[in-house]
Write a protein that binds this ligand. Sequence first.
Ligand SMILES: NC(=O)c1ccc[n+]([C@@H]2O[C@H](COP(=O)([O-])OP(=O)(O)OC[C@H]3O[C@@H](n4cnc5c(N)ncnc54)[C@H](OP(=O)(O)O)[C@@H]3O)[C@@H](O)[C@H]2O)c1
Length: 259
Amino acid sequence: MQSVGPVAVVTGSSRGIGRAIAQRLAQDGYRTVVNYVRNAGAARDVCAAIQAAGGQAIAVQGDVASANDRQHLLQVALDHFGRVDVLVNNAGITSPGRQDLLEVTEENFHLVMCTNLYGPFFLSQLVSRWMIQAIADEKIPRGIIVNITSLSAYTVSTNRADYCMAKAALHMMTHLLAARLAPHNIRVYEVCPGIIASDMTAPVREKYDRLIAEGLTPIRRWGEPEDVARVVAAVVKDDFDFCTGTRIDVDGGFHIRRL
Ligand SMILES: NC(=O)c1ccc[n+]([C@@H]2O[C@H](COP(=O)([O-])OP(=O)(O)OC[C@H]3O[C@@H](n4cnc5c(N)ncnc54)[C@H](OP(=O)(O)O)[C@@H]3O)[C@@H](O)[C@H]2O)c1
């Protein structure tokens, strides 16, 4: 077991926003657990990049929608690094086939809910139970959970109803966990990205290029995964200790209602 320094578990960190978060936290001194579901090679690349920069990381395969895999993820993190200080619930999928809500199937709805909502909820439950005991035993000074939501938590896309509903629920989940865990010295934050360049948004790149050029966001550019990662790195610092349940929009100003 390697036993120096705090540890961050970042779900879905083989690619996109999660990868940027893992690399940024590693740069800031976190030993990092790089979770992925399918792309072992991509996860290995992230670990190699972290190690090349002088950090420590391990790749752990696991589907956040699976109870066994969530248990395995925590266990490997503890076996390898001995502690978990930060959990970033980042893994997520878009709505399969982007079907109109009158056509969406129960199977697809179930898949999105299990991955984007049940996964983060039950992983947070598992990790926060461990953190509560570890804080009581003075193994870690405090705990932090960061939930990556989306502008879809409050913006309607009728062809991604399942995704919007899961993200809206994650907003409430942040408040619930924040209230329940505050007495245990565990802080919970929501980081709410706007339109970020990643594999998830690659299929709709041209549509958003046009909308952004037309002024969809006050700041007229795509967000980059690193924009989100810098904010996650900021909220896990001690500076935010008197904040919990807080949402931070990383969206070029998309959330501002304008006339
Ligand atoms: N991109 C945006 O514009 C945007 C905007 C708002 C919010 N978000 C949210 O930000 C998060 C990351 O999005 P992204 O754009 O970076 O996505 P992405 O490029 O599609 O990457 C998704 C990551 O999640 C992993 N993953 C997918 N399903 C998983 C599962 N069941 N268990 C564990 N890991 C899983 C993938 O692993 P593999 O490589 O193994 O497939 C990959 O590392 C998501 O929660 C998304 O909803 C994205």
